[in-house]
Design a protein around this ligand. Structure first.
Ligand SMILES: [Mg+2]
Length: 220
């Protein structure tokens, strides 16, 4: 295992546990189109970074603009964002990166103002060296971050809860870690063949730093 210089993280479903919010968003979107809401299980098995195929498969008109769905989601989330929380070991993971001198960067497809609101809410701005929102092409953004931090792919890792993010990381050549506590099911994540597949962030810490994260936790 190398000495990591750079850790990159997806946000929604990876560090942020917003599954309940997303379930509500699903209902709000399908209600708007007067369609039955698909099950959460089908969402987890099917949704990708490009989310339109999932919605179209379940009846949303083919000519719908992704921004229309983003707008419904944003409206739904705006008054409810406190329902989302950090996964319990997210701060621990970030602390472990810092302790090991690895830069920490968010690479997220989230809308910029929503991501910034969250970082402010959780007082997390200082925990990251950089954050990038609306990164709809994760491969391009991961390459950009490597360049910015003058880092080789083998010195960096990327953590995501969605198979498409893992595939992007693999194309760049950074170590890919799937974490199966977010949007995609473990089976869907496994289909992308990540370098490592974890059930939670505790396991991610164990994988990355070969340490047992239980015990002393001065950062909590
Ligand atoms: Mg995600």
């Amino acid at each position: 295992m190398p000495d990591w210089k750079l850790g990159m993280f997806d946000w929604n479903g990876t560090l942020l546990d917003d599954r309940d919010l997303m379930k509500g968003c699903l209902q709000a979107i399908f209600r708007r189109y007067e369609l039955p809401t698909p099950s959460w299980e089908s969402f987890c098995d099917e949704v990708g970074l490009n989310f339109m195929p999932f919605y179209q498969k379940h009846g949303i008109p083919a000519d719908t603009n992704p921004d229309d769905l983003r707008a419904i989601r944003k409206k739904f989330i705006k008054r409810r964002w406190r329902q989302a929380g950090l996964y319990s070991t997210a701060r621990t993971l970030l602390w472990a990166c810092k302790k090991n001198s690895a830069a920490r960067v968010i690479v997220s497809a989230e809308q910029k103002d929503l991501l910034e609101k969250c970082l402010e809410n959780f007082n997390l701005h200082d925990c990251f060296d950089a954050y990038f929102a609306q990164a709809y092409d994760k491969e391009i953004k991961i390459r950009e971050v490597l360049n910015t931090f003058q880092c080789k792919p083998e010195e960096a890792f990327y953590v995501d809860d969605i198979a498409d993010g893992i595939l992007a990381a693999k194309r760049v050549g950074v170590t890919s870690i799937g974490v199966a506590h977010g949007y995609n099911s473990k089976a869907k994540l496994a289909s992308s063949k990540p370098d490592y597949l974890a059930d939670n962030l505790f396991e991610v810490i164990r994988i990355l730093f070969k340490v047992e994260p239980l015990g002393e936790r001065p950062w909590e």
